[in-house]
Design a protein around this ligand. Structure first.
Ligand code: BES
Ligand code: MN
Ligand code: ZN
Length: 504
């Protein structure tokens, strides 16, 4: 896709479609009045007919009249004071998705006064709109079929229309947005692929191909070496499947190198290629969704790739423990006692609480490789989805200053997190007669306990992002299809780039 920033008035821009965001209740003054006049009053007429009402991301397509574009697409942006970075991304996606199944080669989007509502102004809006359009192109229905007709158009050209702006600055920003959007889509595509397609070994192969392409170092730890390293929790989860586990380690920068912020940041992502629950098997309803239980791994693999594109050589680690959680003759059983890489013993009382087991060893390994700061991202608990739904990711962290750094990266990325407490009193619910602790307690406060468990494996600043609610949508929205959302990819990229000494 070619990117262009033009400073012409929107009616002077030739394109197949010109998209126009409308802030607040449609008021036809200024540029909007001129646009409406040039489409023969159709925009105002459609509005009074009842289009563009209510929610944001509602769209209407009108004939182009005297515009140089082929069609006009209006999209509601919501009330001015509620416009956020996330809203701007989603406007871009909603525009692109509204054109699904249509033949559109060039899309122009008028930035309008969105810049007035977002800190960072027009350049940030250009970045976020471009990212949104690219994310809007993602269509999981095309992964396994080539006859699908309803996909959003593969654009040849995206034109951002910003009269009076610094075109070069906006273009650079938009290019960054395209790369971040492509990274999110890489994560989404991997996450959406089926478990009979993406086994731990296949995921490692995908990581290898990306490493080669983007100049990352890669090391894939196979079971024999995991035994030597003492990754007893990781191995116990992987043991139930014929598809052996892989601990995927990607690195940019030199071994042991610190980034410009003085950190050696490691991103750790849960890679359960299928979570049947193991011997503590899950009920059949919606079990197929558990092919997405590798989303955290896909996200960290994509994030380090994106960072390599935007700021090559930035010191960064991405660690993805990849397993299949299956019942079988070699599976871990409830009551099995295993030893983690840090020497702690764990009483596995529920084999379905497997994510924390593989993450614990991966976090220890990250520290062994010199990580000074950890962020893990995982589809860890059903409870987080029940608590926060699919719009807000639950997060934990310690110390608070590190949590705040991650939250600030989330703000820059236009993603939403809600910090949850690590309630000390609940730790004793993980006490075990046989081992240092169990992997689950009673269900009450289970979300908090999952974080208390993970905390046992961090000795450096650590943040845990539980994306089980936000990683995929069960229903489509105007801005995204059902399936993987790419959530937290942009946050991790922003966080890592805070340690980049130079960006490309
Ligand atoms: N992968 C699941 C969590 C999950 C549930 C993700 C629903 C997405 C949608 C995780 O491994 C799991 O099974 N968690 C259990 C933990 C329990 C056994 C303590 C859960 O949440 O029920
Ligand atoms: Mn599970
Ligand atoms: Zn799981």
């Amino acid at each position: 896709m070619q990117l262009r920033v033009v400073t012409d008035q929107p009616w002077d821009v030739p394109a197949d479609v010109l998209a126009v965001p409308i802030v607040g209740e449609p008021k036809f003054d200024g540029v909007l009045a001129e646009l409406d006049k040039r489409v023969g009053g159709e925009l105002a007429a459609l509005t009074s007919f009842g289009e563009l009402k209510g929610d944001r991301y509602s769209t209407v397509v009108a004939a182009a009249g005297e515009l140089r574009a082929g069609r006009l697409l209006a999209v509601t942006a919501g009330e001015a004071e509620t416009i956020s970075r996330q809203v701007v991304v989603r406007i871009g996606s909603a525009v692109e998705r509204r054109l699904a199944g249509r033949t559109v080669r060039s899309l122009a989007i008028w930035i309008g006064d969105l810049g007035a509502h977002v800190d960072g102004g027009a350049a940030v809006v250009a970045e976020l709109l471009a990212r949104g359009v690219v994310e809007g192109e993602f269509e999981p229905a095309t992964i396994y079929r080539d006859d699908y007709k309803g996909a959003p158009p593969a654009l040849e050209e995206l034109i951002l229309v910003a009269p009076g702006a610094d075109a070069a600055a906006l273009r650079r920003a938009a290019e960054r947005g395209v790369i971040i959007g492509e990274g999110a889509n890489l994560a989404r595509r991997l996450a959406n692929r089926a478990a009979n397609d993406v086994t731990p070994e296949v995921l490692a192969g995908e990581a290898r191909a990306l490493a080669e392409r983007y100049g990352l170092s890669i090391d894939v730890v196979e079971p024999a070496r995991a035994v030597e390293l003492g990754m007893g929790m990781f191995l116990a989860v992987g043991a139930g499947s014929d598809n052996p586990p892989r601990m995927i380690v990607l690195r940019s920068g030199a071994e042991g190198e610190k980034d410009a912020a003085g950190r050696r940041l490691a991103l750790v992502g849960k890679g359960v290629c299928f979570d049947s629950g193991g011997i503590s098997i899950k009920p059949a309803a919606a079990m197929e969704e558990m092919k997405m239980d590798k989303t955290g791994a896909c996200t960290v693999i994509a994030a380090i790739t994106t960072v390599a594109r935007l700021a090559p050589g930035t010191p960064l680690l991405a660690i993805a423990p990849a397993v299949e959680n299956m019942p079988g003759p070699h599976s871990a059983r409830p009551g099995d006692i295993v030893k983690a890489m840090n020497g702690k013993t764990v009483d596995i009382i529920n084999t379905d609480a497997e994510g924390r087991l593989i993450l614990g060893d991966a976090m220890c390994y990250a520290e062994k490789l010199g990580a000074t700061h950890l962020v893990d991202v995982a589809t860890l608990t059903g409870a987080v989805g029940r608590a926060l739904g699919d719009q807000m990711t639950g997060a934990f962290g310690t110390p608070q200053a590190w949590y705040d750094d991650v939250a600030a990266a989330g703000e820059r990325a236009g993603e939403r997190y809600w910090q949850l407490p690590m309630i000390e009193e609940y730790r004793k619910d993980l006490d075990s007669f046989y081992a240092d602790f169990t992997n689950t307690g009673s269900a009450e406060g289970g979300l908090v306990k999952s974080a208390l468990f993970l905390r046992e494996f961090a000795t450096v600043p650590w943040v845990h992002l539980d994306i089980a609610g936000t990683a995929y949508f069960s229903k489509k929205t105007p801005y995204a299809p059902a399936g993987a959302t790419g959530v937290s990819h942009a946050t991790l990229v922003e966080l890592a780039l805070a340690g980049a000494s130079k960006t490309a």
